[in-house]
Design a protein around this ligand. Structure first.
Ligand code: P5A
Ligand code: ZN
Length: 479
C-alpha cells in the first residue's frame, strides 16, 4: 500500500494543509484517488481506527438509545414536506431518477440526513405517552452535494460514518433536557478521544434547517481554523406538525410530540488526527489506536532466535491482557521500523534485545519519545500504566494548545490578531447587523453565543460593534 521508503519525507506540520493530505495516505488512513470528487476510500488501517472510535460512540449511545437502520432512499414527496428543511438542503441533494432505463414516477433522494426518512415511521410507531421518550440512532452513509472545497474526512460528498440520533418527547422542556444530555454525551466522547471542543449556540441564521435552535461543537485545528465536529438540534414540534407525529396524553388528548436530533461524522477522526499528529506522523490515543503496542526485536545475527522467541512470549502476554499488539520482525533496520510505526501513530513501542533479556527488562518508548525501562516480570502492568499516562499527556498537550488558541478581544483589531491564532472571544449583542459587521471586517464566522467552555468566562459586556449590552461569542475562521 503506502510505501514511505521510496519517497520524500512528510511535510512539516506547520504547513498543515500539506501535512494533512500527506499523512492520510502515509499512515494508511484514506486513499484519495477514487475517481469521484468528495468520495474517498478507507484503507484497512484507517477503517480499524474508525471501528474503535465508533465503538466508543456506540458504547455511549447504547446507554440510553437503541440502534436502528433506515433506508438510504427517500421519496420526493416525503422529502419535500418540511419547508425549512428542504430550503436548507435542496442544493445539496443527489436524486435517483431512473430504475434502469425507466424514469421513476417518484424521484428518490439519497439521504443528506434522515429526518424525512425516519419521522413518518415514528408517526406510525408513536401512539400514546407510554411510547415516549423514543430514542434511536443509526450509523450510516449520507450524501451531500457540497460545493465548497471537499477534503477527506472533513467535507465529503459521501459521509461514510454519519452517526445520527433522533428522539421524540412529550414536551418542549423534555426535548431541551435531551439536547443537554446529547451535549454531555458528545463532550464525553471527545474527551475519550482527547479532542478539546467548545459547545456554543449557533446564531439563528446558522441553525439546522427546521430546528428551533442548534448547539454545535467546534474543535480548533492546528492552523487556527475551527471545525464543526458535531451538532445537537432542538426541533421543537416543527417536524411533528409536518409528519403528524402526535401522542395521546394521560387525559386522552392528542398532542404534538417534540423532537431532537444530533449528529457526528468522521470529522471526529479528522480532528483527532490533526490535533495530535506531529512531524513524524499520527499520534493516536491508546484507546482507539489500531496497534497499541509494537514490539521491535533488536536482532543480531547470532541471537535472532532467542530474541524473537522472547518477543513472541511477550506478545502473547500483552495480547492476553486484551491489548492490540504487533511484532515487527521484518528484516529491516530498527530505525526504519520506528519510522514506520511512528507514522501510524502507535502509542507505545517495546524494544527487546539480548541485553534486555539478560537484564530482565524491556525498553518502552512512547510516541512522544519518552523512554522507560520496564521489568520484564511486570511488563504487562507497566505497559498498561504507560498507556494511561500517555493518554493523560495527550490530553494535557491538546488542552494547553487549545487554550493558547482561544483569545479574548475587545476591539476588532484585537479580534483580527486572535483569529490568526484560533478563536476570538468577543462581546456581541446578538443582532445580525453586528455579526455581519464582525464577519465582513475579518473574513470569519460568528460561531455562537452561550459558550460552554471552562476557558471562556461568561461575563457580560458591551458589543464590540454597537456598544449595546452583550455576552461573549466565539468568532473564527472555519473549515
Ligand atoms: C443531526 C443528525 C444533522 O444533519 N440531522 C441528523 C442533523 N446535522 S448537521 O449539522 O447537518 O450534521 C451533523 C454533523 O455532521 C458533520 N458534517 C459533515 N462531515 C463531513 N462531510 C460533510 N459534508 C458534512 N456535513 C456535516 C458535521 O460535523 C455536522 O456537525
Ligand atoms: Zn451589537
Amino acid at each position: 500500500m503506502a510505501d514511505e521508503s521510496t519517497v520524500t519525507a512528510l511535510p512539516a506540520k506547520e504547513n498543515f494543509s500539506e501535512w494533512y493530505n500527506d499523512v492520510l495516505w502515509r499512515a494508511e488512513i484514506m486513499d484519495v484517488r477514487y475517481p469521484v470528487k468528495g468520495l474517498y476510500v478507507w484503507y484497512p488501517h484507517g477503517f480499524s481506527l474508525r471501528r474503535s472510535t465508533y465503538a466508543i460512540l456506540r458504547e455511549l449511545m447504547d446507554r440510553e438509545h437503541e440502534e436502528t437502520l433506515f433506508p438510504l432512499l427517500i421519496p420526493e414527496d416525503q422529502f419535500m414536506k418540511e419547508a425549512e428543511h428542504i430550503k436548507g438542503f435542496e442544493e445539496e441533494v443527489y436524486w435517483v431518477t431512473h430504475g434502469g432505463l425507466t424514469p421513476l414516477d417518484v424521484k428518490l433522494a439519497l439521504r443528506p440526513t434522515s429526518e424525512t426518512a425516519i419521522y413518518p415511521m415514528y408517526a406510525l410507531w408513536v401512539r400514546s405517552h407510554a411510547d415516549l421518550p423514543l430514542k434511536l440512532y443509526q450509523i450510516v452513509n449520507t450524501f451531500r452535494y457540497e460545493t465548497k472545497h471537499t477534503r477527506p474526512l472533513i467535507r465529503l460528498r459521501e459521509i461514510t460514518s454519519f452517526k445520527e440520533a433522533h428522539t421524540v418527547h412529550a414536551t418542549w422542556e423534555e426535548a431541551k433536557e435531551q439536547v443537554e444530555t446529547a451535549i454531555s454525551l458528545y463532550s464525553e466522547f471527545y474527551d475519550r478521544i482527547c479532542v478539546p471542543i467548545i459547545f456554543s449556540k449557533r446564531p439563528d441564521w446558522d441553525k439546522f434547517p427546521g430546528a428551533d435552535y442548534t448547539m454545535a461543537a467546534d474543535a480548533i485545528m492546528p492552523d487556527g481554523r475551527t471545525l464543526q465536529v458535531g451538532t445537537c438540534h432542538h426541533l421543537g414540534d416543527n417536524f411533528s406538525k409536518t409528519f403528524d407525529l402526535s401522542y395521546e396524553d394521560e387525559n386522552g388528548e392528542r398532542k404534538l410530540a417534540h423532537q431532537t436530533c444530533y449528529g457526528i461524522s468522521e470529522r471526529c477522526i479528522a480532528a483527532m488526527i490533526s490535533i495530535h499528529g506531529d512531524d513524524k506522523g499520527l499520534v493516536l490515543p491508546p484507546e482507539v489506536a489500531p496497534v497499541q503496542v509494537v514490539i521491535v526485536p533488536i536482532i543480531m545475527k547470532k541471537n535472532a532466535e532467542t530474541v524473537i522467541a522472547a518477543a513472541k512470549e511477550l506478545e502473547k502476554e500483552i495480547k492476553a491482557a486484551g491489548l492490540r499488539v504487533k511484532i515487527d520482525a521484518r528484516e529491516l533496520r530498527p530505525g526504519a521500523k520506528y519510522y514506520h510505526w511512528e507514522m501510524r501513530g502507535v502509542p507505545l513501542r517495546i524494544e527487546i534485545g539480548q541485553r534486555d533479556i539478560d537484564g530482565g527488562t524491556v525498553m518502552a518508548v512512547d510516541r512522544y519519545g519518552v523512554k522507560t525501562a520496564v521489568k520484564r516480570a511486570e511488563a504487562v502492568a507497566g505497559i498498561k500504566s504507560l498507556l494511561e499516562a500517555f493518554k493523560a499527556e495527550m490530553k494535557a498537550r491538546a488542552m494547553t494548545k487549545a487554550v493558547s488558541q482561544i483569545n479574548t478581544a475587545s476591539t476588532i483589531e484585537e479580534a483580527k490578531a486572535a483569529v490568526e491564532k484560533g478563536v476570538a472571544v468577543v462581546q456581541w449583542c446578538g443582532y445580525k447587523e453586528c455579526a455581519d459587521a464582525i464577519e465582513q471586517g475579518l473574513d470569519v464566522s460568528v460561531l455562537g453565543s452561550e459558550v460552554r467552555s471552562e476557558h471562556i468566562a461568561d461575563k457580560e459586556g458591551r458589543c464590540i460593534i454597537c456598544g449595546k449590552p452583550a455576552k461573549p461569542a466565539i468568532v473564527a475562521r472555519t473549515y
